[in-house]
Design a protein around this ligand. Structure first.
Ligand SMILES: Nc1ncnc2c1ncn2[C@@H]1O[C@H](COP(=O)(O)OP(=O)(O)O)[C@@H](O)[C@H]1O
Ligand SMILES: [Mg+2]
Length: 443
Protein backbone atom coordinates (compact mmCIF):
# COMPACT_ATOMS: atom_id res chain seq x y z
CA UNK A 1 0.00 0.00 0.00
CA UNK A 2 2.68 2.47 1.01
CA UNK A 3 4.69 1.45 -2.00
CA UNK A 4 1.79 2.29 -4.28
CA UNK A 5 1.35 5.58 -2.50
CA UNK A 6 4.99 6.44 -2.89
CA UNK A 7 4.85 5.47 -6.53
CA UNK A 8 1.81 7.68 -7.14
CA UNK A 9 3.39 10.54 -5.25
CA UNK A 10 6.64 10.15 -7.15
CA UNK A 11 4.82 10.01 -10.41
CA UNK A 12 2.84 13.20 -9.67
CA UNK A 13 5.95 15.06 -8.60
CA UNK A 14 7.77 13.93 -11.74
CA UNK A 15 4.82 14.94 -13.93
CA UNK A 16 4.59 18.37 -12.27
CA UNK A 17 8.33 18.92 -12.64
CA UNK A 18 8.16 17.77 -16.24
CA UNK A 19 5.29 20.14 -16.99
CA UNK A 20 7.10 22.97 -15.28
CA UNK A 21 10.29 22.28 -17.24
CA UNK A 22 8.36 21.96 -20.48
CA UNK A 23 6.62 25.24 -19.87
CA UNK A 24 9.83 26.90 -18.82
CA UNK A 25 12.11 25.67 -21.59
CA UNK A 26 9.69 25.21 -24.47
CA UNK A 27 6.94 27.71 -23.73
CA UNK A 28 5.72 27.70 -27.30
CA UNK A 29 5.04 24.03 -27.64
CA UNK A 30 3.64 23.94 -24.11
CA UNK A 31 1.21 26.68 -25.04
CA UNK A 32 0.01 24.88 -28.15
CA UNK A 33 -0.19 21.43 -26.53
CA UNK A 34 -1.47 22.21 -23.05
CA UNK A 35 -2.10 25.88 -22.34
CA UNK A 36 -4.25 26.65 -25.33
CA UNK A 37 -6.59 23.64 -25.11
CA UNK A 38 -7.25 24.42 -21.44
CA UNK A 39 -7.91 28.07 -22.21
CA UNK A 40 -10.12 27.19 -25.14
CA UNK A 41 -12.19 24.81 -23.02
CA UNK A 42 -12.61 27.51 -20.45
CA UNK A 43 -13.63 30.11 -23.01
CA UNK A 44 -16.27 27.85 -24.55
CA UNK A 45 -17.63 26.66 -21.22
CA UNK A 46 -17.98 30.14 -19.81
CA UNK A 47 -18.98 31.96 -22.98
CA UNK A 48 -22.70 32.28 -22.13
CA UNK A 49 -21.93 33.79 -18.77
CA UNK A 50 -19.10 35.99 -20.05
CA UNK A 51 -21.16 37.30 -22.94
CA UNK A 52 -23.99 38.06 -20.52
CA UNK A 53 -21.61 39.87 -18.19
CA UNK A 54 -20.31 41.92 -21.09
CA UNK A 55 -23.86 42.72 -22.23
CA UNK A 56 -23.34 41.01 -25.56
CA UNK A 57 -26.29 38.65 -25.19
CA UNK A 58 -29.73 39.17 -26.61
CA UNK A 59 -33.01 38.14 -25.09
CA UNK A 60 -34.87 35.66 -27.21
CA UNK A 61 -38.17 33.95 -26.68
CA UNK A 62 -37.79 30.24 -26.99
CA UNK A 63 -39.80 27.13 -26.39
CA UNK A 64 -38.49 25.19 -23.46
CA UNK A 65 -39.47 21.96 -21.86
CA UNK A 66 -39.79 22.66 -18.20
CA UNK A 67 -40.29 20.68 -15.02
CA UNK A 68 -43.39 22.15 -13.53
CA UNK A 69 -44.44 22.21 -9.98
CA UNK A 70 -42.80 19.67 -7.82
CA UNK A 71 -45.00 20.07 -4.79
CA UNK A 72 -43.94 16.85 -3.17
CA UNK A 73 -40.60 18.33 -2.28
CA UNK A 74 -42.00 20.85 0.12
CA UNK A 75 -44.48 18.55 1.75
CA UNK A 76 -41.97 15.75 2.01
CA UNK A 77 -44.48 13.52 0.40
CA UNK A 78 -43.25 10.29 -1.00
CA UNK A 79 -45.03 10.86 -4.26
CA UNK A 80 -43.53 13.40 -6.59
CA UNK A 81 -45.72 14.61 -9.39
CA UNK A 82 -43.75 15.50 -12.43
CA UNK A 83 -45.59 17.40 -15.03
CA UNK A 84 -43.70 18.06 -18.20
CA UNK A 85 -44.85 21.12 -20.07
CA UNK A 86 -43.65 23.08 -23.03
CA UNK A 87 -43.47 26.77 -22.28
CA UNK A 88 -42.23 29.95 -23.89
CA UNK A 89 -39.51 31.53 -21.87
CA UNK A 90 -37.02 34.35 -22.21
CA UNK A 91 -33.48 33.17 -22.58
CA UNK A 92 -30.24 35.09 -22.97
CA UNK A 93 -28.55 34.00 -26.13
CA UNK A 94 -24.83 34.63 -26.53
CA UNK A 95 -23.43 35.55 -29.93
CA UNK A 96 -22.10 32.54 -31.75
CA UNK A 97 -18.45 31.95 -31.02
CA UNK A 98 -16.44 30.51 -33.88
CA UNK A 99 -13.47 28.21 -33.70
CA UNK A 100 -10.66 29.40 -31.44
CA UNK A 101 -7.48 29.42 -33.48
CA UNK A 102 -4.25 29.54 -31.49
CA UNK A 103 -1.54 32.09 -32.21
CA UNK A 104 1.88 32.31 -30.64
CA UNK A 105 0.67 34.70 -27.98
CA UNK A 106 -2.99 33.84 -27.63
CA UNK A 107 -5.84 33.11 -29.96
CA UNK A 108 -8.07 34.52 -32.59
CA UNK A 109 -11.78 33.91 -32.82
CA UNK A 110 -14.65 35.02 -35.01
CA UNK A 111 -17.88 36.05 -33.37
CA UNK A 112 -21.16 36.25 -35.21
CA UNK A 113 -22.90 39.52 -34.44
CA UNK A 114 -26.46 39.50 -33.21
CA UNK A 115 -28.82 41.56 -35.27
CA UNK A 116 -28.46 45.15 -34.20
CA UNK A 117 -24.88 44.76 -32.99
CA UNK A 118 -21.94 46.56 -34.54
CA UNK A 119 -18.18 45.99 -34.12
CA UNK A 120 -18.11 49.08 -31.88
CA UNK A 121 -20.12 47.16 -29.27
CA UNK A 122 -17.25 44.70 -29.06
CA UNK A 123 -14.54 47.35 -29.03
CA UNK A 124 -16.24 48.82 -25.98
CA UNK A 125 -16.15 45.60 -23.99
CA UNK A 126 -12.65 44.44 -24.88
CA UNK A 127 -11.34 45.22 -21.41
CA UNK A 128 -14.18 43.29 -19.80
CA UNK A 129 -13.51 40.31 -22.03
CA UNK A 130 -9.81 40.44 -21.21
CA UNK A 131 -10.55 40.19 -17.50
CA UNK A 132 -13.12 37.48 -17.97
CA UNK A 133 -10.71 35.43 -20.07
CA UNK A 134 -7.76 36.20 -17.78
CA UNK A 135 -5.62 37.50 -20.62
CA UNK A 136 -3.49 40.58 -21.16
CA UNK A 137 -5.68 42.18 -23.79
CA UNK A 138 -8.48 41.53 -26.23
CA UNK A 139 -8.74 43.52 -29.43
CA UNK A 140 -11.12 43.66 -32.33
CA UNK A 141 -8.74 43.07 -35.21
CA UNK A 142 -11.07 42.60 -38.08
CA UNK A 143 -14.68 42.91 -38.97
CA UNK A 144 -16.73 41.72 -41.85
CA UNK A 145 -20.43 42.22 -42.40
CA UNK A 146 -22.07 40.28 -39.60
CA UNK A 147 -18.97 39.25 -37.71
CA UNK A 148 -15.95 40.49 -35.82
CA UNK A 149 -12.63 38.82 -35.20
CA UNK A 150 -11.27 39.10 -31.69
CA UNK A 151 -7.63 38.62 -30.82
CA UNK A 152 -6.74 37.69 -27.27
CA UNK A 153 -3.13 38.00 -26.20
CA UNK A 154 -1.68 36.42 -23.07
CA UNK A 155 1.09 38.99 -22.73
CA UNK A 156 2.09 42.28 -24.27
CA UNK A 157 3.15 41.48 -27.85
CA UNK A 158 5.25 44.62 -27.84
CA UNK A 159 7.71 43.38 -25.24
CA UNK A 160 10.15 41.69 -27.58
CA UNK A 161 9.84 43.01 -31.11
CA UNK A 162 12.08 41.22 -33.56
CA UNK A 163 11.22 41.99 -37.14
CA UNK A 164 13.51 43.09 -39.90
CA UNK A 165 12.77 46.49 -41.40
CA UNK A 166 13.60 45.37 -44.92
CA UNK A 167 10.55 44.24 -46.88
CA UNK A 168 11.96 43.87 -50.37
CA UNK A 169 9.18 46.06 -51.74
CA UNK A 170 9.79 49.51 -53.10
CA UNK A 171 9.07 52.32 -50.63
CA UNK A 172 7.78 49.91 -48.04
CA UNK A 173 9.47 49.38 -44.69
CA UNK A 174 8.57 47.30 -41.69
CA UNK A 175 9.71 49.36 -38.71
CA UNK A 176 8.17 47.20 -36.01
CA UNK A 177 5.12 45.33 -34.85
CA UNK A 178 1.54 46.24 -34.07
CA UNK A 179 -0.18 45.23 -30.91
CA UNK A 180 -2.44 42.86 -32.82
CA UNK A 181 0.63 40.81 -33.61
CA UNK A 182 0.85 41.90 -37.23
CA UNK A 183 3.76 43.70 -38.78
CA UNK A 184 3.83 47.44 -38.69
CA UNK A 185 4.32 48.40 -42.30
CA UNK A 186 4.86 51.87 -43.66
CA UNK A 187 4.13 52.13 -47.35
CA UNK A 188 5.04 55.59 -48.56
CA UNK A 189 3.02 55.16 -51.69
CA UNK A 190 -0.11 54.77 -49.60
CA UNK A 191 0.64 57.31 -46.89
CA UNK A 192 3.36 59.60 -48.23
CA UNK A 193 4.16 61.87 -45.31
CA UNK A 194 4.61 61.05 -41.66
CA UNK A 195 4.79 63.01 -38.47
CA UNK A 196 6.92 61.25 -35.88
CA UNK A 197 6.38 62.92 -32.53
CA UNK A 198 7.54 62.17 -29.01
CA UNK A 199 9.42 63.44 -26.00
CA UNK A 200 13.18 63.02 -25.81
CA UNK A 201 14.15 59.41 -25.26
CA UNK A 202 10.82 58.18 -26.53
CA UNK A 203 12.24 56.37 -29.55
CA UNK A 204 11.97 58.82 -32.44
CA UNK A 205 15.55 58.38 -33.57
CA UNK A 206 15.29 54.63 -33.22
CA UNK A 207 12.34 54.68 -35.59
CA UNK A 208 14.32 56.82 -38.02
CA UNK A 209 17.12 54.25 -37.80
CA UNK A 210 14.69 51.46 -38.59
CA UNK A 211 13.32 53.36 -41.56
CA UNK A 212 16.82 54.08 -42.86
CA UNK A 213 17.77 50.45 -42.46
CA UNK A 214 14.64 49.39 -44.31
CA UNK A 215 15.13 51.86 -47.13
CA UNK A 216 18.89 51.43 -47.54
CA UNK A 217 18.72 48.38 -49.87
CA UNK A 218 16.09 50.01 -52.08
CA UNK A 219 16.60 52.12 -55.19
CA UNK A 220 15.58 55.33 -53.46
CA UNK A 221 17.37 58.52 -52.50
CA UNK A 222 17.45 59.49 -48.85
CA UNK A 223 17.89 63.08 -47.77
CA UNK A 224 18.47 64.32 -44.23
CA UNK A 225 17.79 67.55 -42.39
CA UNK A 226 19.55 67.59 -39.07
CA UNK A 227 19.90 70.98 -37.51
CA UNK A 228 21.23 69.64 -34.25
CA UNK A 229 24.66 69.87 -35.75
CA UNK A 230 24.27 66.71 -37.77
CA UNK A 231 24.90 64.39 -34.83
CA UNK A 232 21.94 62.23 -35.71
CA UNK A 233 22.31 61.66 -39.43
CA UNK A 234 26.00 62.19 -40.19
CA UNK A 235 26.83 58.52 -39.48
CA UNK A 236 24.45 57.55 -42.29
CA UNK A 237 26.03 59.94 -44.77
CA UNK A 238 27.24 57.15 -47.12
CA UNK A 239 23.61 56.34 -47.93
CA UNK A 240 22.35 59.95 -47.91
CA UNK A 241 22.20 61.82 -51.16
CA UNK A 242 22.20 65.10 -49.27
CA UNK A 243 22.42 66.22 -45.69
CA UNK A 244 21.73 69.70 -44.38
CA UNK A 245 23.11 70.57 -40.96
CA UNK A 246 23.03 74.37 -40.96
CA UNK A 247 20.28 76.80 -41.73
CA UNK A 248 21.93 77.95 -44.95
CA UNK A 249 22.29 74.37 -46.13
CA UNK A 250 18.66 73.78 -45.22
CA UNK A 251 17.44 76.63 -47.32
CA UNK A 252 19.57 75.50 -50.24
CA UNK A 253 18.54 71.88 -49.99
CA UNK A 254 14.87 72.78 -49.76
CA UNK A 255 15.27 75.01 -52.78
CA UNK A 256 16.77 72.07 -54.62
CA UNK A 257 13.89 69.85 -53.58
CA UNK A 258 11.31 72.32 -54.77
CA UNK A 259 13.28 72.52 -58.02
CA UNK A 260 13.26 68.73 -58.34
CA UNK A 261 9.52 68.71 -57.79
CA UNK A 262 8.94 71.42 -60.35
CA UNK A 263 10.98 69.41 -62.84
CA UNK A 264 9.07 66.25 -62.14
CA UNK A 265 5.83 68.12 -62.48
CA UNK A 266 6.90 69.33 -65.89
CA UNK A 267 8.03 65.87 -67.01
CA UNK A 268 4.71 64.42 -66.00
CA UNK A 269 2.80 67.19 -67.69
CA UNK A 270 4.69 66.65 -70.92
CA UNK A 271 4.12 62.93 -70.77
CA UNK A 272 0.48 63.41 -69.94
CA UNK A 273 0.89 61.53 -66.70
CA UNK A 274 -0.94 62.40 -63.52
CA UNK A 275 1.94 61.30 -61.31
CA UNK A 276 5.38 59.75 -61.64
CA UNK A 277 4.01 56.24 -61.25
CA UNK A 278 2.20 56.62 -64.57
CA UNK A 279 5.49 57.34 -66.33
CA UNK A 280 7.37 54.61 -68.13
CA UNK A 281 9.83 52.90 -65.85
CA UNK A 282 12.84 54.09 -67.87
CA UNK A 283 12.02 57.74 -67.35
CA UNK A 284 10.52 57.48 -63.89
CA UNK A 285 12.54 59.59 -61.47
CA UNK A 286 14.07 58.11 -58.33
CA UNK A 287 11.82 58.38 -55.26
CA UNK A 288 13.24 60.62 -52.56
CA UNK A 289 12.60 60.11 -48.85
CA UNK A 290 13.25 63.21 -46.78
CA UNK A 291 14.03 62.78 -43.08
CA UNK A 292 13.74 65.81 -40.85
CA UNK A 293 15.10 65.42 -37.34
CA UNK A 294 13.83 67.83 -34.69
CA UNK A 295 11.64 70.02 -36.86
CA UNK A 296 11.46 72.75 -34.21
CA UNK A 297 15.09 73.58 -34.96
CA UNK A 298 14.07 74.53 -38.47
CA UNK A 299 11.70 77.15 -37.11
CA UNK A 300 13.73 78.35 -34.15
CA UNK A 301 14.81 81.93 -34.47
CA UNK A 302 18.07 82.96 -32.87
CA UNK A 303 17.71 86.56 -34.01
CA UNK A 304 15.61 88.72 -36.30
CA UNK A 305 17.99 88.34 -39.24
CA UNK A 306 16.88 84.72 -39.65
CA UNK A 307 13.25 85.63 -40.07
CA UNK A 308 13.32 85.59 -43.85
CA UNK A 309 15.21 82.32 -44.01
CA UNK A 310 12.73 80.71 -41.66
CA UNK A 311 9.77 81.94 -43.66
CA UNK A 312 11.40 80.56 -46.80
CA UNK A 313 12.07 77.22 -45.10
CA UNK A 314 8.47 76.95 -43.97
CA UNK A 315 7.09 77.73 -47.40
CA UNK A 316 9.44 75.34 -49.15
CA UNK A 317 8.73 72.50 -46.73
CA UNK A 318 5.02 72.99 -47.19
CA UNK A 319 5.48 73.00 -50.95
CA UNK A 320 7.44 69.75 -50.81
CA UNK A 321 4.68 68.21 -48.74
CA UNK A 322 1.96 69.37 -51.09
CA UNK A 323 3.61 68.15 -54.26
CA UNK A 324 5.51 65.21 -52.85
CA UNK A 325 2.80 62.60 -53.05
CA UNK A 326 2.33 62.80 -56.80
CA UNK A 327 6.01 63.28 -57.59
CA UNK A 328 7.60 60.73 -55.29
CA UNK A 329 9.11 62.89 -52.59
CA UNK A 330 8.17 61.63 -49.15
CA UNK A 331 8.55 63.33 -45.80
CA UNK A 332 9.21 62.01 -42.33
CA UNK A 333 9.14 64.87 -39.88
CA UNK A 334 10.36 64.12 -36.37
CA UNK A 335 9.88 66.45 -33.45
CA UNK A 336 8.96 66.78 -29.82
CA UNK A 337 5.93 68.77 -30.81
CA UNK A 338 4.78 70.44 -33.93
CA UNK A 339 2.31 73.15 -33.00
CA UNK A 340 1.34 76.53 -34.23
CA UNK A 341 3.60 78.12 -31.60
CA UNK A 342 6.59 77.19 -33.77
CA UNK A 343 5.60 79.74 -36.35
CA UNK A 344 3.34 80.42 -39.26
CA UNK A 345 2.96 77.63 -41.75
CA UNK A 346 3.48 74.87 -39.22
CA UNK A 347 -0.18 74.01 -38.92
CA UNK A 348 -0.50 73.83 -42.69
CA UNK A 349 2.53 71.56 -42.82
CA UNK A 350 1.10 69.34 -40.12
CA UNK A 351 -2.14 68.91 -41.98
CA UNK A 352 -0.16 67.61 -44.95
CA UNK A 353 1.48 64.91 -42.84
CA UNK A 354 -1.31 62.39 -42.94
CA UNK A 355 0.55 59.57 -41.24
CA UNK A 356 0.90 60.12 -37.51
CA UNK A 357 3.18 58.42 -35.04
CA UNK A 358 2.87 59.49 -31.44
CA UNK A 359 5.53 58.17 -29.11
CA UNK A 360 5.46 58.92 -25.39
CA UNK A 361 4.73 62.60 -24.93
CA UNK A 362 5.00 64.90 -21.94
CA UNK A 363 1.61 66.53 -22.12
CA UNK A 364 -1.84 65.61 -23.40
CA UNK A 365 -1.92 68.57 -25.78
CA UNK A 366 0.99 67.15 -27.74
CA UNK A 367 -0.83 63.86 -28.10
CA UNK A 368 -3.91 65.76 -29.22
CA UNK A 369 -1.88 67.76 -31.65
CA UNK A 370 -0.16 64.71 -33.08
CA UNK A 371 -3.11 62.41 -33.38
CA UNK A 372 -5.57 65.13 -34.27
CA UNK A 373 -9.17 64.48 -33.56
CA UNK A 374 -8.84 60.76 -33.27
CA UNK A 375 -10.80 58.40 -31.17
CA UNK A 376 -10.39 59.49 -27.50
CA UNK A 377 -9.19 55.95 -26.79
CA UNK A 378 -6.18 56.59 -29.02
CA UNK A 379 -5.31 59.66 -26.99
CA UNK A 380 -5.67 57.73 -23.75
CA UNK A 381 -3.44 55.01 -25.12
CA UNK A 382 -0.85 57.62 -26.14
CA UNK A 383 -0.84 59.13 -22.67
CA UNK A 384 -0.45 55.71 -21.13
CA UNK A 385 2.83 54.91 -22.89
CA UNK A 386 5.40 54.27 -20.18
CA UNK A 387 8.90 55.68 -20.15
CA UNK A 388 10.25 52.15 -19.64
CA UNK A 389 9.08 51.12 -23.09
CA UNK A 390 10.77 53.46 -25.55
CA UNK A 391 9.74 52.80 -29.11
CA UNK A 392 6.10 52.20 -28.23
CA UNK A 393 3.86 54.54 -30.18
CA UNK A 394 0.32 55.08 -31.31
CA UNK A 395 0.14 55.19 -35.06
CA UNK A 396 -2.69 56.51 -37.13
CA UNK A 397 -3.13 56.34 -40.85
CA UNK A 398 -5.55 58.18 -43.04
CA UNK A 399 -8.43 55.81 -42.63
CA UNK A 400 -9.12 56.71 -39.00
CA UNK A 401 -7.92 53.44 -37.54
CA UNK A 402 -5.17 53.51 -34.96
CA UNK A 403 -2.79 50.96 -33.49
CA UNK A 404 -0.44 50.62 -30.59
CA UNK A 405 2.88 49.60 -32.03
CA UNK A 406 6.55 49.35 -31.20
CA UNK A 407 9.52 49.88 -33.40
CA UNK A 408 12.16 47.21 -33.59
CA UNK A 409 15.37 48.20 -31.85
CA UNK A 410 17.88 49.32 -34.46
CA UNK A 411 21.08 50.63 -32.96
CA UNK A 412 22.95 53.47 -34.55
CA UNK A 413 25.72 51.03 -35.45
CA UNK A 414 23.28 48.75 -37.22
CA UNK A 415 21.80 51.59 -39.26
CA UNK A 416 25.26 52.88 -40.00
CA UNK A 417 26.38 49.46 -41.17
CA UNK A 418 23.35 49.23 -43.46
CA UNK A 419 24.10 52.69 -44.82
CA UNK A 420 27.69 51.71 -45.55
CA UNK A 421 26.75 48.35 -47.02
CA UNK A 422 24.36 49.92 -49.51
CA UNK A 423 26.35 53.06 -50.17
CA UNK A 424 26.63 52.10 -53.83
CA UNK A 425 22.88 52.61 -54.24
CA UNK A 426 23.11 56.26 -53.23
CA UNK A 427 22.17 58.53 -56.13
CA UNK A 428 24.36 61.63 -56.29
CA UNK A 429 22.44 64.75 -55.39
CA UNK A 430 23.79 66.59 -58.40
CA UNK A 431 22.30 63.93 -60.69
CA UNK A 432 18.94 64.17 -58.97
CA UNK A 433 18.82 67.92 -59.24
CA UNK A 434 20.17 68.26 -62.77
CA UNK A 435 17.29 66.47 -64.39
CA UNK A 436 17.04 68.80 -67.30
CA UNK A 437 17.95 72.10 -68.76
CA UNK A 438 15.20 74.38 -67.60
CA UNK A 439 16.48 76.96 -65.13
CA UNK A 440 14.72 76.32 -61.89
CA UNK A 441 14.54 79.76 -60.51
CA UNK A 442 15.31 83.18 -61.72
CA UNK A 443 17.52 84.94 -59.20
N1 LIG B 1 11.91 50.07 -30.09
C1 LIG B 1 12.83 50.15 -29.12
N2 LIG B 1 13.16 49.06 -28.42
C2 LIG B 1 14.08 49.14 -27.44
N3 LIG B 1 14.73 50.25 -27.08
C3 LIG B 1 14.46 51.37 -27.75
C4 LIG B 1 13.49 51.38 -28.80
N4 LIG B 1 13.42 52.63 -29.28
C5 LIG B 1 14.30 53.36 -28.57
N5 LIG B 1 14.92 52.62 -27.64
C6 LIG B 1 15.92 53.09 -26.69
O1 LIG B 1 15.44 54.28 -26.10
C7 LIG B 1 16.45 55.27 -26.07
C8 LIG B 1 15.95 56.56 -26.66
O2 LIG B 1 15.61 56.38 -28.00
P1 LIG B 1 15.81 57.50 -29.09
O3 LIG B 1 15.34 56.92 -30.36
O4 LIG B 1 17.19 58.07 -29.05
O5 LIG B 1 14.78 58.59 -28.57
P2 LIG B 1 14.54 60.07 -29.08
O6 LIG B 1 15.19 60.21 -30.43
O7 LIG B 1 13.06 60.18 -29.13
O8 LIG B 1 15.14 60.96 -28.06
C9 LIG B 1 17.63 54.74 -26.85
O9 LIG B 1 18.69 54.52 -25.96
C10 LIG B 1 17.19 53.43 -27.44
O10 LIG B 1 18.15 52.45 -27.20
MG1 LIG C 1 16.57 61.65 -31.11
Amino acid sequence: MTNAMYATLGFSVAAAAGAWAWRHWLPRSFWYAVGFPLKAARVYLTWRRVAYGCTLTRKRRAWRLSLEAVPGLRTASAVIHERRRVRRVDIERAPRLGLLRPTGLGWRVRVRLHDGQIPEDYVKVCDRLAHAWRVYAVRVVDSAPGSVTLLATMSDPLIGVDVSPETGELLTVRPGRLENGRDWVIDFRTVPHWLNAGATQSGKSNLANAIIKGLAPQPVAIVGFDLKGGVEFTPYAPRLSALATTRTECVRLLDDLVGVLTDRMRICREAGARNVWRLLEQVRPVPIVVLVDEVAELFLMADKSEKDEIAKTATALLRVAQLGRAFAVYLIVCGQRIGSDLGPGVTALRSQLSGRICHRVNDPETANMTLGDMDPDALDAARAIAAETPGVAIIAGQDGTWHRARSVYVSEEEAEAAARQHAALTPAWADLVAVDTVPLKAA
